[in-house]
Design a protein around this ligand. Structure first.
Ligand SMILES: Nc1nc2c(ncn2[C@@H]2O[C@H](COP(=O)(O)OP(=O)(O)O)[C@@H](O)[C@H]2O)c(=O)[nH]1
Ligand SMILES: Nc1ncnc2c1ncn2[C@@H]1O[C@H](COP(=O)(O)OP(=O)(O)O)[C@@H](O)[C@H]1O
Length: 217
């Protein structure tokens, strides 16, 4: 982008899916693809999994701390998911988008809905990830090897409700082949960026085209 051009605000790229469909894997791949992307690290009251670090995958907080963050107006959105509180802190998102950086969210349908209905909703690009089948969804949850049987059963039971929200999203991808889904996701983001980057110039271009028509007549 030329230096004197006004910088557009960053996009809020929302990824939602039932647990196990692959959205965290896809989000991680996006971050490697484009290091200018900012990942919105959520706060949660759920316990850390093996290998998860406070401030990297999540900000792990007690329920009292989380409720205090809500009371202080620090959350862009928040929801109860599988009996725990999850939410996206506003400040890092505001900072990133005001610098023109696009932000990736790995959140459920309730969070997606809240962001779309917020003041930042017009900057949202939402993508829903479907699993290719329910047995495959369960296989992935088991293969991930992170959750106990009862937790997996609870996630499987909630997945039908999460899936029912697919029509609310701008795009829906079936994550069968991971590399293919990743490629589609990048295409969607690239197309949206192109559209937004072109927008401010279009009035000027069409004005010039019209002036050129005038000059011919
Ligand atoms: N609304 C909302 N949902 C979130 C947030 N962070 C994570 N989630 C969702 O909470 C659900 C559970 O996340 P997690 O415990 O990491 O399990 P996983 O999705 O199976 O890896 C997933 O659907 C996440 O997308 C958030 O900040 N807000
Ligand atoms: N297209 C795919 N094919 C096979 N396995 C996948 C695919 N996408 C993701 N996985 C695997 O499925 C498991 C769940 O993926 P994850 O990204 O943690 O899901 P989510 O964040 O939606 O809960 C992980 O072990 C991941 O490596």
């Amino acid at each position: 982008m030329a230096q004197n051009e006004a910088q557009r605000r960053g996009l809020l790229i929302i990824l939602s899916s039932p647990s196990g469909a692959g959205k965290s894997t896809l989000a991680r791949r996006l971050m490697t693809w484009d290091p200018s992307l900012s990942f919105s690290v959520s706060a949660t009251t759920r316990a850390p999994r093996t290998g998860e670090e406070d401030g990297r995958e999540y900000y792990f907080r007690t329920r009292a701390e989380f409720e205090d963050m809500i009371a202080q107006g620090e959350m862009l959105e928040h929801a109860d998911v599988f009996g725990n509180l999850y939410g996206s802190p506003s400040a890092p998102v505001e900072a990133a988008i005001s610098q023109g950086r696009d932000v990736v969210f790995d959140i459920d349908w309730q969070g997606g809905q809240q962001i779309r209905n917020s003041a930042l909703g017009k900057h949202a690009l939402s993508i829903f990830i479907l699993p290719p089948s329910i047995p495959e969804l369960e296989r992935r949850l088991i293969a991930r090897g992170q959750d106990a049987e009862d937790i997996i059963a609870n996630r499987m039971q909630k997945s039908r409700d999460e899936i029912s929200h697919w029509p609310e999203y701008d795009y829906v991808l079936v994550n069968d082949n991971l590399d293919e889904t990743e490629a589609y996701l990048k295409t969607i983001i690239a197309a949206e960026r192109l559209r937004l980057d072109q927008q401010p110039h279009l009035v000027e271009v069409v004005r010039r085209l019209n002036a050129e028509f005038e000059a011919r007549s």
